[in-house]
Design a protein around this ligand. Sequence first.
Ligand SMILES: C[S@@+](CC[C@H](N)C(=O)[O-])C[C@H]1O[C@@H](n2cnc3c(N)ncnc32)[C@H](O)[C@@H]1O
Length: 453
Amino acid sequence: MENIRELAVDMLSEIMEEGSYCHLVIRSVLQKYNYRDSRDKAFLKRLVEGTVERCIQIDYVLDQFSKVPTVKMKPFIRNLLRSSVYQLLFMDSVPDRAVCNEAVKLAGKRGFRQLSGFVNGVLRNIARNKEQICFPEEEKDLVKALSVKFSMPAWLVEKLLKEQGEEKTRRMLEAFLQTKPVTIRLKEDLSASEKERLISAIEKTGCKMSAHPYLPYAYCIEGAEGLLALPGFEEGLFQVQDVSSMLVCECAGIREGDRILDLCAAPGGKSIHAAQKLKGTGLVVSRDISEEKTALIRENQQRMKIQNMEVSEGDARIFCEEDKEVYDVVLADLPCSGLGIMGKKPDIRYHAKKEGLESLKALQREILKNAVSYVKPGGILLYSTCTINQGENEENAVWLTRQFPFGLESLSPYLPEVLKEEGKDGMLQLIPGVHETDGFFIARLKKQENKQT
Ligand SMILES: C[S@@+](CC[C@H](N)C(=O)[O-])C[C@H]1O[C@@H](n2cnc3c(N)ncnc32)[C@H](O)[C@@H]1O
């Protein structure tokens, strides 16, 4: 890693110009340079993630100080300036002079010597005037103001305002920019003393653990450098999972002896949780579309020592006659736009497109049409997504009740006290900043007795 800032600019070009996924680019670079000092790696990660997360605001600032608009800049210069402005505005630990000097040096090194004056001028000007930058006023244009303030594409802000209202939208946008602790799901059958021993062993590594308010086996963990190296991970004593996902298996109301089908299961979080809830009885059939994906499920299954689970490849769009009316519970945790996890994957906001949301809704219906047939009469279809979009969520759940012999059933008996009221009609939209989870949607649908599909 000769020059961290240079590496960051190349990574940003890959993410912002070529559309590569931020978490994959970061993961592969950090793996490649694993031998480097952990502070260097932390700086690189924060610089890249932070610049992506704040990119709309950064471009807005650049456009005020540069004669050449950001869209017209050469890609390397655009991303060099973006990452430098991120350091100037959001990283107090880096002196402004160093940011400007490094950027000028880098422009020269990469063959843009003729632009070093431009780079220098723009950055020094921003550094000098950063306290006086004007941002769009909310009274004049709320969508534009929120879009710039929270670096969220205007069409998405408009959609969220329309669907969720102003208060929830503000809280959600703020929450997406805050760092949140990771949550883990402890094995539910750990005794009190086993749980205590595990927590204390993890805390000895320097992390802070705190009980999550929604579920007794959910814990927030802060300050962990590598979760996979923590005590108890290899032994399968916990799984990294957001609490919203843990609520899926709660809301499924799993009973010992149930046969459960998880149609889109990788990396296996919900399948494993369901199998654990069966306490060694029944069976979870866990599927995903490719060998690569099912390998991830198997890896987790092995680590968690789960016996009552069968993993296989399968395309959920293709109807499987053998599965007809076989299952007490079908989990349909479907591919979605992921708008609920923009706090963890900041680039989702740029990849998401209006047309894309429509085609995901169509894909979800294609899969749901098959899923309904696999549920036994009287059984449960649990539909979930990690998005905040009425088209993919509420509209699909209501569509299911109109097209098939299914009815929405209250989630309240399965939810923690604070969520009971919201889940009483059979659907729950979790929103970061409003709830203490990622953005997530759950609907519980019960198939009528004596009805075939
Ligand atoms: C939201 S993720 C599932 C997360 C998983 N349920 C868990 O809790 O760990 C959606 C999954 O759907 C899978 N998928 C996408 N299209 C599919 C299809 N046509 N058939 C089966 N799986 C599919 C993806 O590979 C991805 O693993």
